[in-house]
Each structure stands twice: as C-alpha cells, then as structure tokens.
Design a binder for this molecule. Structure first.
Ligand code: FAD
Ligand code: SF4
Length: 508
C-alpha cells in the first residue's frame, strides 16, 4: 500500500527522518507550496522566495534520486491551500492510507497533523545535536536552565573543541576576548551571494505577484537555494570571515550589514546545512591555526549551545509559550518597525536592513529592536509575530524563545536571568549609529535626549518590585535612588511624553 511522505519547507535534508523511514519503490513524497504558510504572518518576500525555491530544487533532487514526488505549486488551481488539505487530496489521488512525517518545528503544524483523519507516523526530527528526551533529562530537577551548562554538555557529547574530557584552551568560554567595536573596512568580505537561476526566477515572479505587498524587498535576491550552494557559502565564511567573528560579533556599523556574521541560519534552519557539519568545519579552521580560539569557540557556542537550547525550551514549554507576557506589556508595535519614520538612527538602520535583506544580526535584534520594544513596553506577542515575519531564518521553534524569552523576558526568566535592557551607551559603544542620529546619546534629559536613556529608567521603575532584588540589577536601583529628585521627575515625565507620542502614532 502506498504511503505519503511529508517533506515540509524546512525539512530539505536528503536523510530527514521521514525519508529514511520511507520506501522509494512504493511511497510518494508530498511537498506543497501553500498560501496558509506564506500568510499566517506576513512573511518577508525574500523568506518566501528562499523557501519556495529551495523546495523546488530539493524536489528535483529527490526525483533524480528515484523518488516519486507529488509537488504542488502555489499557483496550481487544485491547491488546497493548507498542508493538511494537500495531504488529504494526495491521499485520495494515490489511494494512500498512511502519512510518514518528520515532527514539524512548530506547535501549530504538530496540532494540524495530529488532527488529520488518516494515521500519521510521526518521526522525531533528529537533525539536531540534542533530542527532546535528552533536553528533558538535562532540565529535570534544575532550578534554572542556564545555557552555559547545557552548552558544556553538548561540547562533551559532540567532542567539539575538546581535549579528552577538558575544553581546549582550558576554558569553556572565551567571551571576554570578544565584543570589540568595529571599524569600516573596505576589504572585509561579504557573505557569498548567488545569482538566481531559472527556477528561482520563476519563484521571484510568483512571490512578487502574490506577496509583493508584504514588508521587505524581494530583489536583489542572492540567497543560496541548494545544498551545494549553501556548502559554498559555509566554505566562504570559514575562509574569509570566521577569524573576526569572536572579536566583532557584537559590533554594528552603518556601512556594513553583515560584518563577520555567517548568514548561515537561513540555510541551517531549512535543512540545507547541518549543525555538526558547520561546527566541524569551524573547528578544523581553528585546529589548522587559521582562526583564533575565541572565534571558533564563540561560533560553535551559538550553534550547539544557543540554537539547541532554544529548541529545547520551545518544546519543553509548550504551545502557549509565544503568547506569554510576564511583564504585562500591552503597547501596540510602533509603526517604525514596519518602516515608519523615525529619527532614531539605530532603529532606522536595523529596520531598513531588515527590509532590504530579511536579515539583521543578533545584536541588532537583541539590543536595538528588542531592547527598544522591551523598554517601551510593547506587547511581546505582537513583537514575536514581527520577528517571525521579517527574518529569512525565522521559524517559531527558534524565533519565539529568542524573542519572548531572551529579548522580552516575557517568559518570566526561563531563558534569561535578567532582562536585556540598556540605555543608549551600549549602542554607542558598539556601533557608529549615534553620531548620525537626530538624538544625542550623551543627553540624559531635555530636548534631543536619546530615548533609550529615558526609557531605560522608566522600565526599571515600572518593574521595580520584580527586579530590585535581582543581584545583577540592584546597583541600577541604587543609582536611581541617589539621583536628585528633580532629575528623576524630569526623566519620568519626558519618558511618558515620548511614550504618548508613540501611542498617538507620531514619528519619534
Ligand atoms: P551568526 O552570528 O553567524 O551565528 C552563527 C549561528 O549561530 C547562526 O547561524 C545561528 O544558527 C546560531 N545562533 C546564534 N545565536 C543564536 C540564538 N540566540 N539562537 C539560536 N541560534 C543562534 N535565529 C534564528 O535562527 N531564527 C530566528 O528566527 C531568530 N530570531 C531571533 C529573534 C531575536 C529577538 C533575537 C535576539 C535573536 C534571534 N535569533 C534567531 C538568533 C540570532 O540572532 C540569529 O541566529 C543570527 O542573527 C543569524 O545570523 P547568522 O547566521 O549571521 O548568525
Ligand atoms: Fe539610538 Fe540613542 Fe544612539 Fe540615537 S542616540 S542611535 S536613538 S542609541
């Protein structure tokens, strides 16, 4: 009897669990471009194009490899519009009675497959270093789920950057060597870019017609869309950019959108690359003496540490996680996140490059757009939907814990032991934004004072009860209490005025 083998747009890996469990001789692979997936949040056109083009290329590879593939294009008149609708249609067409699937990376799709009226054989997605069971075992009985300890376990498990039982260089973490500001450098390489082929060209026309009104620019489109291209992008990163990754991973420059970042997450998250192949390549560069230890360790920590940890949290916490709101923040997402006018150079730049590339690096997401939303008390679910929509690498299992947990503290402190908030000083130290800003980062109050400076105190006061006993924040409350009363009043009333302007939708 024929079975259907579901391959989703982020499962484009030749040995993904469902394909391993299937029989090429009798089963039919189902792949479907469906409107629902493109619209449940208004995804960036580049992200939609990346996924559709990579799906079409992958389907061709499967067919070359001898699989029969039932592929539904977005503009197919028979298209049922949803993944489950397509599975039912194909089941009837092929007389199939069962579905073989790899567990989706999103609760919404897990529930949709669970609700199918035909039996679904669900296989764990084992393209990760840590299984759900292993994460549960690690988390069990711990008061706090700190990434650093999880990361050490992953280092021991994989043997990456290990000398026997000990970390190479005698330390698990070389972060103190990192976090340097960067200078403009005309010679710095950019991520590898690819010219669209005919398949991608068709996809771009389709996406333009169907999703052209979504936030973000479709062209220039230069992402890798095959495994072979993604491997070349990895090779290019390892050779030309990795060496500076550690030093400059927190830096931001107006003239350089990527600095030493790899821009590999879009490929990794749809299955064109695997976490271990990336990390093994990075370790090889270090063992060959071509990159410093802080670059290699720092990079590997992001992939087998943060990325795996975030996935563990998402599935451990359950389907309601993206809607948590521990700080009860209710402000609507300001229009500037969709490109509305602002004089705040840091936000303007981060949003502008997000629109242009479907990409911003970690510190732009965390300390610019995330920090501002947290200080301004933006509703975390609205913010989560924004991040999910606008980044080419955004899939809920990794985006939600980063946004709701790490960036907004909306999970009440599961991911972070304290909120990631800062005044304008941090942005000034790590970037060249402030020099070009309509506001002055040096001004704490008065006309033209940096809004981050005002809102920082406003945030701390709003949540005094929750945070003043946190040992890592107590000092800030002491500083506030020592401030002259007049100054405190001015800070709060100017912050209130600023927030009122945001509420009224005025440009800020
Ligand atoms: P690099 O800086 O080159 O880092 C290397 C790799 O490490 C990345 O490719 C990524 O796979 C991994 N990585 C680094 N940091 C993290 C992290 N915190 N969590 C998970 N993986 C990490 N990452 C996503 O993949 N998808 C998302 O939707 C996403 N949303 C985010 C939302 C917010 C609010 C924040 C603060 C972070 C988010 N991140 C997300 C994490 C991180 O910003 C991106 O992984 C990174 O910017 C991707 O660019 P890169 O490939 O150039 O990364
Ligand atoms: Fe951002 Fe403030 Fe610097 Fe302007 S002055 S770029 S608002 S941190």
């Amino acid at each position: 009897m024929t079975r259907l083998v579901l391959v989703l747009g982020d499962q484009l890996t030749p040995d993904v669990a469902a394909l391993r469990a299937a029989d090429k001789a009798r089963d039919v692979v189902v792949m479907a471009e469906v409107g629902e997936e493109g619209r449940y949040v208004p995804h960036h056109p580049k992200k939609i194009a990346l996924i559709l083009s990579a799906m079409r290329h992958f389907a061709q590879e499967l067919e070359r490899d001898g699989w029969s593939v039932a592929y539904t294009r977005l503009d197919d008149p028979e298209n049922a519009g949803t993944i489950t609708g397509e599975l039912l249609r194909r089941a009837e067409e092929h007389g199939a009675t069962d579905v073989i699937a790899t567990r989706p990376g999103e609760w919404r799709l897990v529930a949709a497959l669970d609700g199918l009226p035909i039996p679904v054989q669900m296989h764990e997605d084992d393209r990760f270093v840590c299984s759900h069971r292993e994460f549960e075992a690690w988390a069990e009985g711990r008061k706090q789920l700190r990434m650093e300890y999880f990361y050490r376990q992953m280092r021991r498990k994989t043997g990456l950057m290990m000398d026997g039982d000990s970390p190479v260089g005698g330390k698990w973490n070389f972060d103190h060597d990192n976090r340097k500001p960067a200078q403009d450098d005309m010679l710095r390489a950019a991520p590898m870019q690819f010219t669209p082929d005919a398949i991608t060209g068709d996809v771009l026309d389709l996406v333009e017609a169907r999703f052209g009104q979504h936030f973000g620019q479709l062209r220039q489109f230069w992402f890798a869309v095959t495994r072979e291209q993604a491997r070349r992008a990895l090779d290019h990163f390892a050779r030309h950019l990795l060496a500076g990754f550690g030093d400059y991973q927190d830096a931001m420059l107006r003239g350089d959108r990527f600095l030493h970042h790899s821009v590999l997450s879009p490929y990794l998250n749809i299955g064109l690359l695997s976490p271990l192949e990336i990390c093994e390549r990075v370790e090889r560069e270090w063992r060959a003496g071509r990159v410093p230890i802080n670059a290699a360790e720092g990079y590997i920590r992001q992939v087998i540490g943060w990325r795996e940890y975030m996935r563990g949290i998402y599935f451990r916490e359950g389907p309601d996680y993206p809607r948590r709101n521990a700080l009860n923040h209710q402000r609507a997402l300001p229009g500037l996140y969709w490109g509305g006018e602002t004089g705040m150079e840091c936000l303007k730049r981060a949003v502008e490059q997000t629109g242009a590339e479907g990409y911003a690096h970690h510190i732009q997401r965390l300390m610019v757009t995330g920090n501002f939303a947290l200080l301004a008390g933006v509703n975390p679910t609205e913010l989560h939907e924004w991040y999910l929509a606008v980044y080419a690498d955004a899939f809920e299992w990794v985006e939600a814990p980063n946004t709701v947990g790490m960036s907004q503290f909306a999970d009440g402190g599961i991911v972070g032991s304290k909120p990631y908030v800062s005044s304008g000083n941090y942005i000034d130290k790590m970037s060249d934004y402030c020099g070009a800003c309509a506001y002055s980062v040096k001004k704490k109050t008065g006309q033209g004072a940096c809004p981050f400076n005002l809102l920082y105190w406003h945030f701390l006061l709003r949540h005094r009860e929750r945070f003043e006993k946190n040992p890592r924040m107590a000092q800030m409350y002491r500083t506030w209490d020592r401030m002259h009363e007049d100054k405190r009043e001015t800070v709060i009333s100017e912050a209130d005025d600023f927030l009122d302007r945001l509420n009224r939708g005025e440009p800020v």
